[in-house]
Design a protein around this ligand. Structure first.
Ligand code: 0RA
Length: 369
């Protein structure tokens, strides 16, 4: 590359960045197996979801194509195409060929993401044998193609557009992944979650191979999520719901007991499903046990004995969603929240909210106890 003498220092850094992604893909997407493969889709969809959270995107369409690629289309503002002042490249090309490229993509690293998650669309580009981006902006459609992170064609104007948006189609690289076949069910589960966690957003999943199509949409968010989780059970009360925004951390919780003995706690951090739990879930459990025992003792529903954690979680269904800066993800699959300060934070927020709820809703409180 150096002997050609045509690369600027900045461009060399770019290539090194994405070369690094190809050398150690697991550092960026967790694995090169089935999970890592699906992570590519989430990575692209996350960018569209961010555009939706910013208030500019109403729907996202994800298509598993017959040719083995996946297309993610949104009706957001479209990735900017104007020339980057120092790199002298279209902004969209910078976004796709630079690790952690500027603006919005930078913000992702602290606002709503961390660890392996939210690494950006350039990582998907690096790990795809081919990627095509189409941008609709200013009445025009622009298109550019890449391969394994490298630019293949200049950004071209290919037609006229109504409206705005971004469409990314990528072919996962068989040199990197042990499997390149997408699983409808895996994507379906994740999009269902994303829809509940982002009320108002419409996500359509299409499988052109299997001729399947499904729409995910929730107006009610977490309240609907917890009801949906209990859909085949007998619910004991209307969901308990609260949301608090304290020092840049947002905690949102929906709780509904059912008549079974199962415990079902779903934790999310920045919309990532923390299947291994973590400090947010332990803080919640501590608070629930305390709030119920305190209420029961105050109302003389219990004598000297206390209810144990396992007791108060019989028949419990919970969705706990946390939005925070700089989450630390640990564990085998990096889905366990490690931030130690979060346990006490969630504990005190939930204790306070639940105690208030119990005082205001004695019928539900008695039923639960
Ligand atoms: C940077 C700036 C702007 C939008 C986006 C990125 C953007 C990125 C993606 C990725 C997938 N879909 C997207 N939609 C938008 C805002 C540009 C402006 O001010 O118009």
């Amino acid at each position: 590359m150096a002997e050609k003498g045509s690369y600027t220092a900045a461009e060399i850094k770019v290539l090194e960045g994405l070369e690094g992604v190809r050398r150690r893909p697991s550092m960026y997407i967790g694995s090169t197996g089935k999970d890592g493969l699906h992570h590519l889709v989430y990575e692209v969809v996350d960018n569209s979801v961010d555009e939706a959270l910013a208030g500019y995107c109403k729907k996202i369409i994800v298509t598993i194509n017959k040719n083995g690629s996946v297309t993610v289309e949104d009706d957001g503002r479209g990735i900017p195409v104007d020339t980057h002042p120092t790199l002298k490249l279209p902004a969209v090309e910078v976004a796709l060929t630079r690790l952690h490229a500027g603006g919005k993509f930078d913000k992702k690293t602290y606002a709503i993401s961390g660890g392996l998650h939210g690494v950006g669309v350039s990582v998907v580009n690096a790990l795809s044998e081919k990627l095509v981006v189409d941008v609709k902006r200013d009445g025009k459609v622009y298109s550019q193609e890449y391969s394994r992170g490298q630019t293949k064609t200049k950004l071209k104007e290919i037609g006229k557009a109504e409206g705005t948006g971004t469409t990314i189609t990528f072919w996962p690289d068989p040199e990197i992944f042990s499997t390149t076949t997408f699983d409808y069910k895996v994507l379906e589960t994740r999009f269902q979650e994303i829809a509940f966690l982002n009320p108002g957003l419409k996500i359509t999943l299409i499988d052109d191979e299997k001729n399947k199509k499904e729409e995910f949409y929730s107006a009610g968010g977490l309240i609907e999520f917890v009801k949906w989780l209990n859909r085949s059970k007998e619910a004991l009360h209307k969901p308990i719901y609260f949301k608090k925004d304290i020092d840049h951390t947002v905690i949102e919780v929906a709780i509904q007991y059912n008549s079974s003995y199962q415990e079902n706690i779903f934790g999310f951090v920045n919309t990532i499903n923390t299947v291994e739990g973590g400090t947010h879930v332990s803080g919640f459990k501590t608070a629930l046990t305390r709030a119920i025992n305190d209420y029961a003792k105050n109302k003389n529903l219990l004598r000297d004995e206390s209810l144990l954690g396992d007791d108060v979680r019989e028949g419990l269904t919970v969705v706990l969603s946390l939005k925070m800066e700089e989450p630390q993800f640990e564990g085998q699959t990096k889905t366990k929240l490690g931030n130690s300060e979060i346990k006490g934070f969630v504990d005190s927020a939930v204790t306070k909210a639940l105690s208030e709820f119990f005082e205001e809703n004695p019928a539900i409180a008695r039923k639960i106890t």
